[in-house]
Design a protein around this ligand. Structure first.
Ligand code: CA
Length: 473
C-alpha cells in the first residue's frame, strides 16, 4: 500500500492510493521506509525477499510527481546469507539519497550487525561511501571502504544471535547541508542484554563512536527501547531515545533528548514517564524546531510534541540525572528484596507480609493486615546493615477510591546500631506511593508502625510493596 499526496501540497485530503502501479507486484516486501524529495517526489526503501537465493535485498523505489509513475530505482545492497534491515532514508537538497541500514542473518533475526551508510545519486546512478569513494552496486557487507559504521566485534558474525552477544538494533541519521552529521543507534555489547545508545560520526579519516546512554552505568535494570532519531539544525545536534526502567513488576518508559553543540551532550526528559513502551519519530521544521510523534502502543496513545530550537534552557543534566528524577532514587539495591518480612497480622494466608517484598505491585501481591488488628506493624530485615537512601511505601487497592484504601496514618522506622529510628511520618495520607528519606542512615531493618490502616470501611493495611533503597555505590 502506498498513499501519496499527488498534488504535492502534502495535504492529507489529496492522498491517492497508487500501490497497484508499483513495480515488483507480489514480491515479499517488508520494512518500508519513505522520504520526500525536494521536488515532492517520493522515495521508498524496502527489503525484498529473494528467499530461494538465500538473501533478502535492499531495494530503492522512486515515485515521480511529474510523470505520476513508479520506478524500481536500484538495488541498494544484497548478499547471500544476509538480510537487509532498512533503517533510515533522507533525500538532501541536491537530490542525493542518504541510506542507512543494518545486516541481519538470512532469513531474519532480532539481533543485527554491520550498521551501514551510503549515498546514492539518482542523476549518475552511482553509490558512494561516506568518504566519497565510488561503490559497486549492489553494496556487499564484505565491501572494503567506509560503508560500515559499526564493524564486527571479535568473534561476531552476521549469524551471532545470542541475546548477550554484540548486536545492532535500530538506527537513524541526521543529514545537514548534504552531509551526514551522524548516526544514532542502539548497540548491545558482548555480555550485555541491554541496548546502549551510540552516536557514530565520520571524522574524515574514519568512524568515531560515542556512547550516549550507557545502560550498565545507569544500573537498576535500565534499558532502551528500539526507538531513536537524530536531528540537526544550526549548530545543535539532537538524539532522541527512549529509556525503559523497571517499576514494581512493570516497565515504564521515558523519552529523553540528548543535545550537543560540540563533543559534550546534555540530557532532557521529554514528556512524562509512560507505562509500557514508547515509539518516536522526529523531524525538523523550517524554523529549526523539532516535531516529535510519540506513540505508546500499550496505552493506545499518540502524542505530538514540538521542541523549539530557540529559547530552550541550556542544561548540563546527564542521562543519570534524568533517570534519577524519574525513578526517585539513585539506583541503589532494594534491600527489602533480599530480606525477610514479618507482620503483626495478616487477613488471609495469601496476604502475608512476604508479598510486600516480592517486587510486584498487583492486587494479588499485597500484605493485608487482619481486620481486628487496629495498629498493625510490618517489618523487613536483611542480613547486613547498609546505608539507606530512602524507603518507598506503595499501598492501596486498584478497586474503588485509592485515597481511601492507602495507608492513612503511619510512621517509617529504620533499625540502626542505636535502635529503631523514625525516618518518616505520614498523617492523613492519600497517596499510593510515599517516600521517607533515610539520609544515609546505616540500617539492617525497616518497619511500618501504623496508627490508622486506611480510611475504607474494611479498615486494614493494604501494602503492595515496601522498598528499602540502599545508597548507590
Ligand atoms: Ca508485592
Amino acid at each position: 500500500m502506498a498513499l501519496l499526496p499527488l498534488d504535492g501540497r502534502g495535504d492529507v485530503t489529496s492522498l491517492v492510493d497508487v500501490s497497484a502501479e508499483m513495480p515488483d507486484q507480489g514480491a515479499a516486501i517488508s520494512y518500508p521506509v519513505t522520504a520526500p524529495g525536494a521536488n515532492g517526489d517520493a522515495w521508498l526503501m524496502v527489503r525484498v525477499g529473494a528467499d530461494p537465493q538465500g538473501r533478502r535485498d535492499g531495494v530503492l523505489y522512486h515515485y515521480s510527481l511529474a510523470t505520476g509513475t513508479w520506478t524500481r530505482e536500484t538495488m541498494i545492497a544484497s548478499a547471500v546469507g544476509y538480510s537487509f534491515y532498512a533503517d533510515d532514508l533522507t533525500v538532501d537538497d541536491s537530490g542525493r539519497v542518504h541510506i542507512l541500514w543494518e545486516w541481519g542473518p538470512w532469513p531474519a533475526g532480532p539481533y543485527r550487525h554491520l550498521g551501514s551508510y551510503v549515498v546514492y545519486d539518482p542523476a549518475t546512478k552511482v553509490f558512494r561511501d561516506v568518504a566519497g569513494t565510488t561503490l559497486t552496486a549492489p553494496v556487499r557487507p564484505t565491501d572494503p571502504g567506509a560503508t560500515v559504521w559499526r564493524t564486527f566485534a571479535p568473534g561476531e558474525t552476521v549469524n551471532t544471535v545470542s541475546p548477550d552477544a554484540p548486536a545492532v538494533q535500530t538506527a537513524k541519521m541526521a543529514v545537514a547541508d548534504g552531509q551526514l552529521v551522524g548516526v544514532s543507534y542502539r548497540y548491545a555489547q558482548q555480555g550485555s542484554t541491554a541496548f546502549d545508545v551510540h552516536w557514530a560520526t565520520w571524522s574524515g579519516a574514519g568512524w568515531t563512536d560515542q556512547t550516549l546512554i550507557d545502560t550498565h552505568a545507569l544500573g537498576g535494570g535500565i534499558d532502551t527501547i528500539a526507538a531513536v532519531d537524530a536531528t540537526r539544525s544550526g549548530s545543535e545536534t539532537r538524539v532522541y531515545a527512549v529509556l525503559s526502567m523497571p517499576d514494581c513488576g512493570t516497565a515504564r518508559s521515558q523519552v529523553v533528548m540528548l543535545s550537543s553543540t560540540g563533543s559534550a551532550w546534555s540530557a532532557t526528559a521529554i514528556g512524562a514517564p509512560v507505562s509500557g513502551q514508547q515509539r518516536l519519530r522526529a523531524a525538523t521544521a523550517a524554523d529549526g524546531s523539532d516535531v516529535l510523534y510519540l506513540s505508546a502502543p500499550e496505552k493506545g496513545t499518540l502524542t505530538y510534541a514540538r521542541v523549539p530550537r530557540t529559547g530552550t534552557p541550556s542544561s548540563s543534566a546527564t542521562v543519570a540525572d534524568v533517570v534519577a528524577g524519574i525513578r526517585g532514587d539513585s539506583g541503589g539495591v532494594n534491600l527489602a528484596r533480599t530480606g525477610t518480612a514479618t507482620a503483626s497480622s495478616q487477613l488471609r494466608t495469601d496476604t502475608g507480609p512476604e508479598r510486600a517484598i516480592d517486587g510486584v505491585c498487583t492486587d494479588a501481591s499485597r500484605w493485608i493486615s487482619a481486620t481486628g488488628d487496629a495498629h498493625p506493624t510490618f517489618t523487613v530485615t536483611w542480613a547486613q546493615a547498609q546505608p539507606l537512601e530512602l524507603v518507598r511505601v506503595r499501598s492501596g487497592y486498584s478497586v474503588g477510591d485509592p485515597a481511601l484504601s492507602v495507608l492513612r496514618d503511619f510512621a517509617v522506622e529504620a533499625r540502626t546500631a542505636a535502635g529503631w529510628t523514625q525516618i518518616g511520618s505520614f498523617t492523613g495520607n492519600t497517596a499510593g506511593t510515599v517516600t521517607a528519606n533515610a539520609g544515609g542512615v546505616v540500617a539492617d531493618a525497616v518497619r511500618l508502625v501504623i496508627q490508622t490502616p486506611s480510611a475504607s470501611t474494611t479498615n486494614v493495611a493494604r501494602v503492595y510493596e515496601v522498598e528499602a533503597i540502599a545508597v548507590a555505590p
